[in-house]
Ligand binder design. Structure first.
Ligand code: NAD
Length: 335
């Protein structure tokens, strides 16, 4: 698993990034992290994630380099790339971004700047530092309100319904540009709502858990029939590591797009019911209209990822939610 000797993980202090750093460190690889610890959500959460990443590095004796800096700064990005022990045997996992659909509607220029210009900055550095492989965090949101389910990578994604989705699609296009012009090998990974320990507090599972625990009503958008394909973090990690193996195994430059979901969906109504049971509380709902930019359904066709990345998601939603609630309670106890 994971054939490169070193990795640059952008966004390594975040939810998915901190788990990925730990997985790569456990494989004995050098890990360089570029993250600006921004305040999109409480930076103390990122500091805690980072403390755990450092503890793992110390426990397994693998090299971890922190480059606190911004994706959009040439100097910060160069400092991170210069820290890679062997750029020719390195891969980048580009996770840093402004995430979230609704806040992107409030601040589209900022999302554009970080997600598009920042991605371009990383691709430029791959070219100049001769780093040949990159896995890019795209999103299921690029499918917009695709009516055909499940969503396949070959479906048309020309109709994003939020600025965030448009920036992710733009990122995929820029990646293809660098593949075509400079022979960069790229895996664009379309994550489907990821959850699990350390999940971002702005996402529904985390937000609802907190509100239920505090006996407060849940803001409930729409009639509850919207459906999501929720992916447990260990399954997402399996897909990312699979993409790194795929990149390392290809002798010629490659470019492809992969869905990473569970290929199972549940409705918002079912999610709230399951969470209420996992926490032992009856949910009270504050009913609100469906939000512009929110899609009706996400549902991943994962046959291509299964075949090409050996991806095989395992965690059922009931088991994943129980694990999340366990983590949440421990985390709050030590808060
Ligand atoms: P996260 O917000 O926890 O992590 C992103 C990290 O990037 C943060 O630590 C943040 O400080 C950093 N960052 C943001 N802007 C930066 C900048 N300008 N310079 C340097 N660092 C910066 O988010 P996450 O949930 O871990 O998501 C990781 C990636 O996966 C993102 O690209 C996101 O769009 C994508 N994604 C996530 C999900 C999900 O359900 N979590 C779904 C689809 C796609």
């Amino acid at each position: 698993m994971a054939q490169h000797s070193c990795y640059l993980v952008t966004g390594g202090a975040g939810f998915i990034g901190s788990h990925l750093c730990e997985a790569l460190l456990r494989l004995g690889r050098q890990v360089v992290v570029l993250d600006n610890f921004n305040s999109f959500y409480d930076p103390a959460i990122k500091e805690e994630n980072w403390r755990q990443v450092r503890a793992t590095a110390a426990a397994v004796g693998a090299e971890l380099v922190q480059c606190k800096g911004d994706l959009r700064s040439e100097a910060d990005v160069e400092r991170a790339f210069r820290s890679l022990r062997e750029p020719a045997d390195a891969a980048v996992v580009h996770l840093a971004a402004m995430a979230g659909v609704r806040p992107s509607i409030a601040d589209p220029l900022y999302y554009n700047d970080v997600n598009i210009n920042g991605t371009l900055r990383i691709l430029e550095a791959c070219r100049t530092f001769n780093v040949r492989h990159i896995s890019f965090a795209s999103s299921s949101s690029v499918y917009g309100n695709n009516r055909k389910v499940p969503f396949a990578e070959s479906d048309n994604v020309d109709f994003p319904i939020s600025p965030y989705a448009a920036t992710k699609k733009a990122g995929e296009l820029l990646c293809h540009n660098y593949h075509h012009l400079y022979g960069l090998s790229v895996a664009c990974l379309r994550f489907f709502t990821v959850y699990g320990p350390r999940q971002r507090p702005d996402l529904a599972i985390h937000k609802f858990t907190q509100l239920l625990a505090e006996d407060r009503p849940l803001p409930f958008f729409g009639d509850g029939t919207t459906r999501r394909d929720y992916t447990f973090i260990t399954d997402t990690l399996q897909g990312i590591l699979g993409s790194l193996d795929w990149l390392a195994a290809s002798s010629a430059p490659v470019y492809d797009i992969f869905n990473l979901g569970e290929s199972r969906t549940i409705s918002l109504n079912e999610l709230v019911d399951l969470l209420g049971r996992a926490i032992g509380k009856t949910p009270r709902l504050e009913r609100l209209p469906q939000q512009p930019g929110d899609v009706d359904c996400t549902f991943a066709d994962i046959s291509k990822s299964r075949e090409m990345l050996g991806y095989s998601p395992r965690v059922e939603i009931e088991e994943g939610l129980a694990e999340f609630v366990r983590w949440y309670r421990d985390w709050k106890k030590n808060d």
